[in-house]
Design a protein around this ligand. Structure first.
Ligand code: UDP
Length: 313
């Protein structure tokens, strides 16, 4: 079972699980996911799509071997739009998944996030770092929901014996992101393709380390199969400033969009890069997609979604 199975990461996970022969049930309420992301699976007999809000219920028939909890809006734009829903899916949604996993003796994976480190005061971030999160700031609905979800996962592991794993996902991008999702990569790509100004928040010196979705999915499957508890960071060390990212995208698109400055959102993390020693050492994880390659593939996907002409070389 994959919750958030029609979302950006969830739908790629569904594809990868089906490709290796699994039967997959995707559960989604389409708050940010879309059935269009799994429309290519309509004739796949090993795939079932269930519309449900996992914060309310987890309709399931038959035995479940693994519950992968990937349902959650994840864009800072959503933190202001649907904050209560985010808190609920990270808390009650996670508990519903853990109860199901316990009842079926299933393995449970929790999609956590680099946001548990908040605006980090240690750089790069190892799993042993406890983070710097403002519990009452605008990002707290996501950050604290995920931190609570981690605590809940560990409690079910320690006190109920559930087989659990926690993956801390760093900025991931790729096809099927919503062009209006509000995050830097889809925003910059859509703006560059439309020839609109590229909105750089603050001075653009803040950094992120970007990971193409197939590399993330490879890491998640390694964790799933390993039986390890984690938490484990997953992502890449391709750290770049947002100005550098905007310029790279503009160049790849062949766009003449200008860069314009907009206010930096409150509590926006200044820098972010994972230490990957744990996932490398324990699981043999190695991301392989370069930013140029991954961004080119993502540009092609966004261009198709927004109906923009594409001149990428
Ligand atoms: N950002 C930006 N322009 C945009 C959208 C985002 O400069 O149009 C910045 C944002 O302030 C942050 C970085 O890009 O510093 C990454 O933002 P995103 O929302 O993609 O991810 P997150 O902040 O959750 O890592």
């Amino acid at each position: 079972m994959v919750t958030g199975g029609t979302g950006f990461v969830g739908s790629h996970l569904v594809d990868a699980l089906l490709a290796r022969g699994a039967e997959v049930v995707a559960v989604d309420n389409y708050v940010t996911g879309s059935p269009a992301n799994v429309a290519h699976l309509v004739d796949e007999p090993r795939f079932t799509l269930v519309e449900a809000d996992v914060s309310e219920e987890l309709p399931v028939e038959g035995h479940v071997d693994a519950v992968l909890h990937f349902a959650s809006p994840a864009s800072p734009v959503d933190f202001a739009r649907i904050p209560i829903e985010i808190l609920r899916v990270g808390s009650q949604g996670t508990q519903n998944c853990l109860e199901l996993a316990e009842a079926h003796g299933a393995r449970f994976l929790f999609a956590s996030t680099s946001e548990v480190y908040g605006d980090p005061q240690i750089h790069p971030q190892p799993e042993s770092y406890w983070g710097n999160v403002n519990p009452v700031g605008p990002r707290s609905v996501y950050d604290e929901a995920k931190r609570y979800g981690e605590a809940l996962t560990m409690a079910y592991h320690r006190f109920r014996g559930v087989d659990t794993g926690i993956v801390r996902i760093f900025n991931t991008y790729g096809p099927r992101m919503r062009p209006d999702d509000g995050r830097a990569i889809p925003n910059f790509i859509a703006q560059a393709l439309r020839g609109e100004p590229i909105t750089l928040y603050g001075d653009g010196s803040q950094t992120r380390s970007i990971c193409y979705v197939s590399d993330l999915v490879a890491g998640i499957l390694l964790l799933l199969d390993s039986g390890r508890t984690g938490p484990m960071n997953c992502g890449t060390e391709h750290e770049m400033s947002m100005r550098e990212l905007a310029e790279t995208i503009r160049q790849l698109v062949g766009s003449s969009s200008e860069l314009v400055s907009e206010p930096l959102p409150e509590n926006d993390p200044l820098q972010r890069r994972p230490v990957l020693d744990v996932i490398r050492g324990e699981l043999g994880y190695e991301p392989v997609v370069t930013p140029a390659d991954g961004l080119a593939r993502t540009i092609a996907d966004v261009a198709e979604r927004i109906g923009a002409p594409l001149h990428v070389g």
